[in-house]
Design a protein around this ligand. Structure first.
Ligand code: HEM
Length: 506
């Protein structure tokens, strides 16, 4: 061989080696990682990048969909490393049953993002949602919620208030006939006022006061967002001392706004007493009569309003969007409601509590659009799930969105087909592990019954009392054009608000 050709070949080889080096490093680390996962008996997962782990894999507008797609490759129980934090992600009914039932005892601690401005001691004393463990305090608080707000007896007691507030919503929409309305705003106002009356015997927002709606909505939504978004110390605990101060301050700002309003109500009630000379019977009255301290009251209210307003508004907005888009389903629902509700002046809960198609539409909405996509649990102790080891301290999440879209459970999983729930016996009470919009096990949603009542009543009223059109854009009025994109958050929401025009039914 000519010495020159030899040299060229040598340098080619060298460049090739340099080029291949990253690939080689990648393959070696991948091999080492997968054997390390095997040695520790952790569930499989995607390649973990140095330092960042799987953060680059999960970043995006809709992490619940990204992670569902990863699960299709790596399996229904998956290890993900977010920086230094191990996350075990469940995505199938089998995983759900083992996480939320078989191992509920080990896996029902709660993970709280580091940007939460409430310290751990207060969370332990005052919180249901963010209580780090299922302690006796947490049990007592859940029992209070059940007894005073969301249990069967309390719900019966509140029925006339729910009907009254929905009646006001209908009146408002009648006045807005032919005009554009933001469905999310109208529903939010209705729910907020209903809760305001359960808790303080007060309306919180005047219908149509757009500024007030936006203010409250922003405060609640931003509080949830900034309080649940992970920051650097969530992934790298060694930076905890640095603190996610910026985000903490943001969450604190919204927290103070909420507390400020409620402090006013508490103060007023203490000064002037109940507005009703007989017993008021609202939640504030109950808390004061039972010697709750101001701190306790504020924290309890802090959980009730965001959990209820966010999830319920999002669910009803999605249900309306699906029904506007799917004319056949809408017509079936209209027929069912027409045959049950003859009086167009009012709606009563007992008229609608047993309607199969309405029930199926709500279940189908919650399957396609569960407002809580991930349930954030923590392994309080080590255990085995689907034969794999879940080490103590791991974050453990069920992807409820993935459950609702699993092609092994649902035919045409992306289509809105309420019929699939007719005569199916499938329910969301935490027994059917392929369908868990309210979760399951000891941390299951305590607001389920309340949510059910509100969603039924509001959705039935919107459909029974009004025809709806999509606003005319460039002369086109096309329900098919309703934007159905979603954006991750707590809750998962429509990316664009649902804007419709109501027309009174005669
Ligand atoms: C459509 C409406 C709703 C849906 C789909 C929903 C869903 C959920 C889900 C999936 C969980 C997590 C369960 C877990 O961690 O395993 C949860 C927990 C919770 N929900 Fe709801 N929810 C709704 C409405 C409400 C309402 C109206 C309230 C009452 C104000 C409420 C209060 C709570 C609380 C306090 C928890 C935490 C329970 C605990 O950790 O012990 N939710 N909810």
């Amino acid at each position: 061989m000519h010495p020159f050709t030899y040299l060229i070949n040598q340098s080619n080889m060298f460049s090739l080696l340099i080029l291949l080096l990253p690939l080689l490093i990648y393959l070696i680390t991948k091999k080492l990682q997968s054997s390390s996962l095997k040695i520790q008996n952790l569930p499989p997962g995607p390649y973990q990048w140095p330092i960042l782990g799987n953060i680059p894999n999960v970043i995006g507008k809709n992490p619940h969909i990204i992670v569902s797609n990863l699960a299709k490759i790596h399996g229904p129980l998956m290890s993900l490393k977010l920086g230094a934090q191990l996350l075990i992600m469940g995505s199938s009914s089998e995983a759900a049953s083992e996480i939320l039932k078989t191992n509920d005892r080990h896996l029902s601690a709660r993970y709280t993002a580091k940007a939460t401005p409430i310290n751990e001691a207060d969370l332990k004393k005052f919180s249901v949602l963010w209580a780090p463990e299922c302690t006796n305090e947490w049990k007592t608080l859940r029992a209070i919620w059940r007894g005073e707000l969301f249990g069967e007896k309390a719900l019966d007691f509140q029925v006339s208030m729910r009907e009254k507030k929905v009646g006001e919503m209908v009146e408002f929409l009648r006045r807005k006939e032919g005009e554009i309305v933001d469905i999310g705003d109208v529903v939010f106002t209705t729910i907020f006022n209903t809760l305001g009356n359960h808790c303080f015997s007060k309306d919180m927002i005047r219908f149509g006061d757009d500024k007030m709606v936006k203010d409250w909505k922003e405060t609640i939504w931003k509080f949830m967002e900034s309080g649940t978004t992970p920051t650097v110390p969530d992934f790298f605990p060694m930076f905890t001392g640095w603190g996610p101060q910026g985000q903490k301050n943001k969450t604190l700002k919204y927290l103070r706004r909420l507390f400020g309003k409620w402090e006013e109500f508490i103060k007023q009630r203490k000064e002037i007493g109940s507005p009703n000379p007989v017993k008021q019977g609202d939640f504030l009255e109950f808390m004061l009569a039972n010697g709750f301290l101001d701190d306790q009251m504020l924290h309890m209210l802090l959980e009730i309003f965001p959990a209820a307003c966010g999830n319920l508004t999002s669910t009803i907005e999605w249900a309306m969007a699906e029904l506007i888009k799917n004319k056949e389903s809408r017509n079936k629902l209209i027929q069912e409601l027409q045959s049950e509700i003859k009086n167009l002046n009012s709606i009563k809960e007992h008229n609608i509590s047993q309607l199969p198609y309405l029930n199926a539409c709500i279940k189908e909405t919650l399957r396609l659009h569960p407002p809580i996509a991930f349930v954030p649990h923590l392994a309080g102790s080590s255990c085995k799930v689907m034969g794999y080891t879940i080490p103590k301290g791991s974050l453990v999440m069920m992807n409820l969105w993935a459950l609702g879209h699993d092609p092994n459970t649902w035919k045409d999983p992306f289509m809105f087909k309420p019929e699939r729930f007719l005569d199916s016996g499938l329910d969301f009470h935490g027994q059917d592990f392929g369908y868990l919009p309210f979760g399951a096990g000891r941390r299951m949603c305590p607001g389920l019954q309340y949510a059910n009542k509100q969603v039924y009543l509001i959705l039935a009223s919107l459909i029974r009392f009004f025809d709806w059109t999509v606003p005319n854009v460039n002369g086109i009025n096309n329900p098919g054009e309703v934007d159905m994109n979603e954006i991750y958050g707590v809750p998962v929401q429509k990316e664009k608000p649902l804007i419709l025009v109501p027309w009174k039914k005669c």
